[in-house]
Design a protein around this ligand. Structure first.
Ligand code: CP
Length: 332
């Protein structure tokens, strides 16, 4: 594996293999497996868990992380091709990326989509430029298309609770928010759960479709893993009898709803907020997941986040464990 910026870099067998290794490392991790290694972490967008868990993984492994926040103590970076750079962005990523790649052993990148055109976001232009130009391994800290470390941490949490994931019914349900959010997290849960052989049920209101290319990729993984993927606009039906309820807010499909109409469209579906009443139709031993950050009582009710079925803190911890193994593979 040269880079890890999408689940496709692992595929079905590679996803299972990484999760097996992470489970083994949680029992007994090696010591200074990243000694003298440097990770350059480039943030185009803010973070709490991703930044802290990657830095912790580097430091615990005996390495070091350099954090660069674009536009905050670091030049604003232009990423468009062929533009006249007479605006407020004095450096282009075509120079910045290879320069950074010469200083460090790997680059980690967070770059959200613009949310104006789902096709453009799924083509992942900035992350693709890093893969092409870095001259060093690149790992995603969430891009316009996917958040693959999150997807692996999600499935690790599921495996820790249920053991085998084959044919396990898992529900990815849309949740309300005050504004449109990226689709990278739901894309990654969908892809990783399909690769893990789950019976994946996706539920969202009309007009909030995930990208068809990602759905097709998930269907392909499901064919190879023995899983399945079904999409509906009926939250109740999708949750019924499920073992995992994964809630996430995301914006409408840009082909179906104009970006400036998105907040009003989201407000229409306030009753999709996850409550105990919704959770009660899931399996009695179901777990609740959310990648965090979460807006309490907008996306998910307090009673769910504070309830005994919630695994959101374990899920966030698992980001650290997943990334230790991925960094080890990329840096050694
Ligand atoms: N889940 C996640 O990526 O959290 P942050 O945005 O805080 O990094």
């Amino acid at each position: 594996m040269k880079h890890f910026t999408r689940i496709a870099d692992l595929g079905v067998a590679g996803t299972a293999n990484v999760l097996d290794e992470v489970l083994a490392w949680k029992r007994q991790a090696p010591g200074a497996h990243l000694a003298h290694k440097i990770l350059g972490m480039v943030f185009f967008n803010p973070s709490l868990r991703t930044r802290a868990s990657f830095e912790a993984a580097m430091l615990r492994g005996g390495g070091h992380a350099i954090v660069l926040e674009v536009g905050s103590g670091v030049w604003k970076l232009e990423d468009r091709s062929g533009v006249v750079m007479d605006g407020d962005r004095p450096e282009h990523i075509r120079e910045a990326i290879p320069v950074l790649g010469r200083y460090v052993d790997a680059l980690a990148v967070r770059t959200f989509g613009a949310l104006l055109d789902d096709d453009a976001d799924v083509s992942d232009p900035v992350m693709s430029a890093f893969r092409e130009l870095a001259g060093a391994p690149v790992i995603s800290m969430e891009s316009a298309r996917e958040h693959p470390c999150q997807g692996l941490a999600d499935l690790l949490t599921v495996r820790e609770r249920f053991g085998a994931t084959q044919k396990l019914p898992v529900t990815l349900t849309w949740a309300p928010h005050i504004k449109p959010l990226p689709k990278a997290v739901p894309h990654s849960f969908l892809l990783t759960a399909a690769a893990a052989g789950c019976e994946v049920r996706v539920a969202h209101p009309p007009g909030f479709d995930l990208h068809p290319a990602v759905l097709a990729e998930a269907q392909d993984y499901a064919r190879h893993s023995g899983g399945s993927v079904a999409v509906s606009t009926d939250q109740q039906q999708a949750v019924s009898g499920s073992q995992v309820i994964y809630a996430k807010a995301w914006g409408p499909a840009t082909k179906q709803v104009q970006p400036d109409a998105a907040p009003a469209r989201i407000a229409t579906y306030r009753d999709w907020m996850i409550t105990n009443k919704i959770l009660s139709s899931a399996s009695r031993d179901a777990i609740f997941l959310h990648c965090l950050p979460v807006r309490r009582n907008v996306e998910v009710a307090d009673e769910v986040l504070d309830g005994i079925q919630s695994r959101v803190i374990d899920e966030a911890e698992n980001r650290f464990h997943v990334q230790r193994v991925l960094l080890h593979r990329l840096l050694n």
